[in-house]
Design a protein around this ligand. Structure first.
Ligand SMILES: [Zn+2]
Length: 294
C-alpha cells in the first residue's frame, strides 16, 4: 500500500510517501502560502496528489480543529483564512477518488507517538507541542479524546495568569502567551543585546549570560505551571513534549529537576519525555489511520 501523507502547517506543507510497514520516503516540502486561503490550499494539495501514480490512501495532518470522522476543519484561526468549515476529505475524494483521512496536527502527532514513538504501547498519555503557540492532544483508553465538538485539548489556552497577556484566542493570560517558544524568544530579546532565535538562545555563549539564563529559567517555570495543571487533571502516567525547541536538553533536564518537588506525592509517578518521532510523528499518525480506511 502507498499512502501519500501530508502535514499542513502555517508556513510549510510537508509530505511523504508511506509504505505498508510505515516507512516514510520521498520527503518533500512546499510553502503553504496560507494567506491565499483554505480553498487555494486544498487545490494545491489536490495538485500534488494528482502528480503521483498508484496512491492508495491520502492522509492529512493539518493545523486547525478537525472533525476527523467527516474530514472537516471545524475551526481554524486566521493563520489560514477561510479554512474554517472546509470539507477537506470530501473535496479531495471527489477530485482524486482516493480514500482520505484528516486529523488535527497535534492529535496526529499523538497518534504517531502512540503507535511508533515515545508513547508506544501506552493507553493513556498527554501530548503537548511548544512552538508559535502550544498544542495539545489527550489520548485516553487507547484513543484520542476529541470532545463534544472535535476541539478538546486546547491546552495552550488554559488560563494561567488571570488578566494577563492578550492571546490570539481573544482571552487573556493563556498558557501559550507565557510558555510557547514564541514567548521565550520575545522575553529573551527584551534583555539580549542582539536578536536571538530559539536555537541561538541555547548556545553556550548566550545561555551562560545571567540575564538570558534568568529569562529561560522563568520560561521553564511557566512550562511547569501548565504541566502541573494537566497532571492534576488527568493523573497521567506519561506526558510527551514536542516542538523543535524541546530538543534542547537544558529544558527537559530542568523540568525534570523542578517539577516533582512541586507535585503531590500520589502524582509523582508521571513520566515526562520528549517526542521520539519528532517531525515524522504527525505523518506517521495520519498514515496509520488512513491505512485502516476501506
Ligand atoms: Zn488563548
Amino acid at each position: 500500500m502507498r499512502i501519500l501523507a501530508f502535514d499542513i502547517g502555517g508556513t510549510f506543507i510537508k509530505y511523504a510517501i508511506c509504505d505498508e510497514n510505515f516507512n516514510l520516503s520521498d520527503k518533500n516540502k512546499v510553502p503553504t502560502e496560507a494567506e491565499k486561503g483554505g480553498q487555494a490550499l486544498i487545490e494545491k494539495i489536490i495538485d500534488i496528489i494528482l502528480s503521483y501514480d498508484d496512491i492508495d490512501r491520502v492522509a492529512i495532518s493539518t493545523a486547525g480543529q478537525v472533525d476527523s470522522e467527516n474530514g472537516i476543519v471545524v475551526y481554524s484561526t486566521d493563520n489560514i483564512p477561510y479554512y474554517t468549515g472546509m470539507m477537506v476529505k470530501k473535496l479531495i475524494e471527489n477530485k482524486t477518488k482516493i480514500p482520505t483521512f484528516v486529523e488535527n496536527d497535534v492529535n496526529a502527532a499523538a497518534l504517531g507517538e502512540a503507535k511508533f514513538g515515545a508513547a508506544k504501547g501506552e493507553n493513556d498519555f498527554i501530548c503537548l507541542t511548544y512552538g508559535t503557540g502550544i498544542g495539545g492532544a489527550i489520548f485516553l483508553n487507547g484513543k484520542l479524546y476529541k470532545g463534544s465538538s472535535s476541539s478538546a485539548a486546547e491546552l495552550g489556552h488554559m488560563i494561567v495568569h488571570a488578566g494577563g497577556r492578550q492571546c490570539t484566542c481573544g482571552g487573556e493570560g493563556c498558557y501559550e502567551c507565557y510558555a510557547s517558544a514564541k514567548a521565550l524568544i520575545s522575553n529573551v530579546n527584551k534583555v539580549s543585546d542582539k536578536p536571538l532565535d530559539a536555537f541561538q538562545i541555547f548556545e553556550k555563549e548566550n545561555i551562560e549570560k545571567p540575564e538570558i539564563r534568568s529569562e529561560v529559567d522563568k520560561w521553564i517555570d511557566e512550562i511547569i505551571i501548565g504541566l502541573i495543571n494537566i497532571i492534576y487533571t488527568f493523573n497521567p502516567p506519561l506526558i510527551v513534549l514536542g516542538g523543535g525547541i524541546m530538543n534542547e536538553d537544558y529544558i527537559i533536564d530542568l523540568i525534570d529537576r523542578k517539577i516533582y518537588s512541586k507535585l503531590m506525592d500520589n502524582f509523582k509517578n508521571v513520566n515526562i519525555v520528549r517526542s521520539k518521532s519528532g517531525n515524522d510523528a504527525a505523518l506517521l499518525g495520519v498514515a496509520y489511520e488512513a491505512a485502516k480506511l476501506k
